[in-house]
Design a protein around this ligand. Structure first.
Ligand SMILES: *Cc1c(COP(=O)(O)O)cnc(C)c1O
Length: 411
């Protein structure tokens, strides 16, 4: 056998020894709370899912499917080229105009630029703006794509502690850099808490810095009209640069950057991930216009309200259940979003809990290091507006049964 294969097998073996092996499952039906999924044994089962980021339940909405089909009839399949060559369609332009309008109350001279994924958009913004004259101040719990952006950027990179506004202020104050960029998730994807954006923006104003906000989990969910964390906090500044993703609450795929038009023009001229990558399929852009309609419609408002009610129900239920099992050192993360992690601790323990839930017909993923800190492996419970109260109660009952068994075994 070649030495490369041996080398990789040894590394895979080391992951397995730490209970860190990941594996794929195959879904046979649309993304929805009740989904047909083939497990590792190849058998298809209907599972009650608490894992997708389709927070408004739009991925399976019939109007989205119809809009995609209509878009395909108008524009066909792929875009055929990068945006600056020939991949930019009327649909792409309309999506960008809609987003620019949505963010106009929050960012003066707002203009939007589209990307195929949030990962790409984050790499683009952080590498294009993080030049050699710049110091990047990066929040400790940022998403992997922002971290990768800081690794590729020419800027000096300084990490600050989670939500540690005081530490950030001291770092900004001490920095001699010509340009300063603060980079943060708006909603932390594995914790569900919201960054202190008003304080971060105040620091940006005071220290002449820019604030990049990754709103992957806020867009569609937060704010009266679902426009995300800037609407939630009612922020306005030309220093704000927002990245949003369209594969989560928007139910489709893609991403955008909205910022002052000079910033977006600079990205268009210089971001390698924008210039050298094929534009998204125009049918997807066409369908995004329908998704935006749904997000700001009465249906969107009702779904956001229902989500908040489910969040409350789940948290109260889990707190009660944890009180009944004081032997388990589990805790609920202090989240105020549909991401509601239950922190369990060890890798093997969280995978055991996830497996027990799956045997009861529920899929709630266990999240292990390096995605989260060592010793903080967790069940990442996500709620969608298409869940019912009965779905949440079923999760609570299954958790209760698993917790009682696991407390008995460990006692
Ligand atoms: C999902 C996610 C991304 C990446 O977006 P994709 O469109 O899935 O590539 C970026 N940032 C955060 C915080 C995310 O959760």
């Amino acid at each position: 056998m070649s030495s490369l294969i041996d080398h990789l097998q040894a590394k895979l073996g080391a992951l397995a020894a730490q209970d860190l092996t990941r594996f794929l499952r195959e879904a046979e039906s649309p993304t929805a709370p009740h989904q047909i999924v083939r497990g590792a044994d190849g058998v298809a089962r209907e599972l009650l899912m608490f894992c997708s980021n389709d927070y408004l339940g739009l991925a399976a909405h019939p109007r989205i499917a119809e809009a995609l089909a209509e878009g395909a009839r108008i524009y066909g399949g792929g875009s055929g080229a990068s945006p600056l060559v020939s991949g930019h369609s009327v649909a792409h332009a309309r999506v960008a105009e809609t987003l620019a309008d949505w963010f106009a109350p929050h960012i003066p001279q707002a203009r939007a630029l589209g990307f195929c994924t949030g990962y790409m958009a984050n790499l683009a913004v952080v590498t294009a703006l993080g030049d050699a004259d710049t110091e990047i101040f990066s929040e400790a719990l940022n998403h992997a794509s922002l971290i990768d952006g800081t690794r590729l950027a020419k800027a000096k990179v300084t990490r600050y502690g989670h939500a540690d506004v005081d530490q950030l202020e001291a770092l900004l104050y001490a920095s001699p850099a010509k340009l300063k960029l603060i980079v943060t998730d708006a909603v932390f994807s594995m914790d569900g808490d919201i960054a202190p954006l008003p304080q971060l923006l105040a620091l940006a104003e005071r220290h002449d810095a820019w604030l990049i906000v990754d709103d992957a989990h806020g867009f569609g969910v937060l704010g009266e009209n679902g426009r995300g964390s800037l609407e939630h906090f009612d922020l306005r500044s030309e220093r704000l640069i927002v990245v949003g993703t369209l594969g989560k609450a928007a139910g489709l795929a893609g991403a955008f950057v909205v910022a002052h038009s000079t910033v977006t023009e600079y990205l268009l001229q210089s971001a390698r991930n924008y210039i050298f990558s094929t534009a998204s399929p125009p049918a997807v852009e066409h369908a995004l216009l329908t998704s935006f309609d749904l997000i700001e419609s009465e249906l969107g408002k009702q779904r956001r309200q229902h989500l908040r009610e489910l969040q409350q129900r789940l948290s109260i239920g889990i707190e009660k259940l944890l009180k009944r099992q004081p032997g388990l050192a589990w805790r609920l993360a202090p989240s105020s979003t549909p991401v509601r992690p239950l922190i369990v601790g060890g890798n093997a323990q969280v995978m055991e809990l996830a497996a027990r839930l799956e045997r009861q017909g529920l899929r709630v993923p266990g999240i292990r290091p390096p995605t989260v800190r060592k010793g903080e492996a967790r069940l990442r419970i996500t709620l969608c507006a298409t869940h019912t109260e009965a779905d949440v109660d079923r999760l609570l009952a299954a958790l209760e049964a698993a917790a009682a068994d696991m407390a008995r075994i460990s006692a």
